[in-house]
Design a protein around this ligand. Structure first.
Ligand SMILES: [Zn+2]
Ligand SMILES: [Zn+2]
Ligand SMILES: [Zn+2]
Length: 310
């Protein structure tokens, strides 16, 4: 095939043509890494389909009118029935086809072992921070996800722990905090997977504090709203792990894909309020026991069936 004439410049046509081809190759090579890995042909798929686009050869047209063409009958489209004969379903892989729904799925044994380095003391604020710290570095699944309205929602242990299959792809900031409360063996505090409802239920339990008139402490839940939300509705939650005169340190899930530590100014405008843990009713007894046997009493973490009894 001839190249477009614009590529043939006088005597040096061949040379320029070579350079152009080289340039095109270089551009294609440079463009390759920008492609999504999911679109890579070598990436395994889990949809169970082969990619197939029907061509003309995939269809067979059968005359069904029962007539022959004559002066009174000319075949129209309605005279034919079209059937697919290739044996394939038309299918183009989408992002969802590359999701491995079995990858990184966890169970209660893994969850218990993930918190096993924590030393629970019965001081609920301390224990909540302690459990949160064991979760630092946990990442939502790379390969196990679902696609909702074009958005990738990844598997997390916190959604799965909270509600199994129904919640494993849910937004997980509140799931992370609930998980920590549960494994810190903190009672009499409502758990939730939704920030708005949680502010409500903590309020009903007398545990919610408005940011305007409260000095946060390590071990508080910290609620945020979106920057541009005039209603200042709760949209995110984390755990306060440290407070200085002008700064707050938190551990949060789902601000990024990783459970990580964050820092804020004390007057951070997106902070709307706090969940203040109640005193552990058994703490006095435990404190007495603790004084007698240091290092701190290491208690076993609760099992999930205890959670069901809350
Ligand atoms: Zn076909
Ligand atoms: Zn016909
Ligand atoms: Zn597919």
């Amino acid at each position: 095939m001839k190249h477009p004439t614009a590529w043939n410049f006088g005597k040096n046509g061949a040379g320029l043509r070579f350079l152009s081809v080289l340039l095109v190759c270089l551009l294609i090579t440079a463009a390759l890494p920008a492609r999504s890995t999911a679109e890579d042909a070598e990436q395994p798929t889990f949809c169970g389909f082969e990619e197939h686009t029907h061509t003309e050869e995939c269809f067979e047209r059968t005359l069904i009118c029962g007539e022959t063409e004559s002066e009174t009958h000319t075949h129209t489209e309605e005279c034919y029935e079209t059937a697919t004969i290739c044996g394939y379903e038309a299918h183009t892989h989408t992002l969802e086809c590359y999701a491995d729904k079995t990858a990184d799925v966890e169970n209660a044994t893994i969850w218990r072992s993930s918190v096993s380095s924590a030393h629970l003391t019965g001081d609920w604020r301390h224990d909540l921070v302690e459990i949160a710290e064991t979760q630092l570095g946990y990442q939502s699944s790379e390969r196990n996800y679902t696609v909702e309205e074009g958005r990738i929602k990844r598997y997390t242990r916190y959604g799965d722990w909270y509600g199994g299959e129904e919640c494993r792809y849910c937004d997980w900031c509140a799931g992370f905090v609930s998980f920590c409360l549960f494994y810190a063996d903190i009672r009499n505090v409502p758990l939730s997977l939704a920030c708005g409802a949680w502010v409500q239920s903590l309020g009903d339990a007398g545990l919610y504090r408005d940011a305007a008139d409260y000095t946060p402490k390590a071990g508080d839940l910290i609620f945020f709203c979106r920057e541009d939300d005039p209603e200042r509705a709760a949209s995110h939650v984390g755990i306060v792990v440290g407070v200085t005169e002008d700064g707050i340190r938190t551990i949060e899930g789902n601000r990024t894909r990783t459970v990580a530590e964050f820092r804020y100014q004390r007057d951070e405008s997106t902070v709307i309020g706090y969940g203040a843990l109640p005193e552990n009713p058994n703490r006095l007894i435990q404190n007495r026991a603790l004084k007698q046997q240091l290092p701190p009493l290491r208690r076993s973490v609760p099992s999930p069936d205890r959670y069901l009894a809350y």
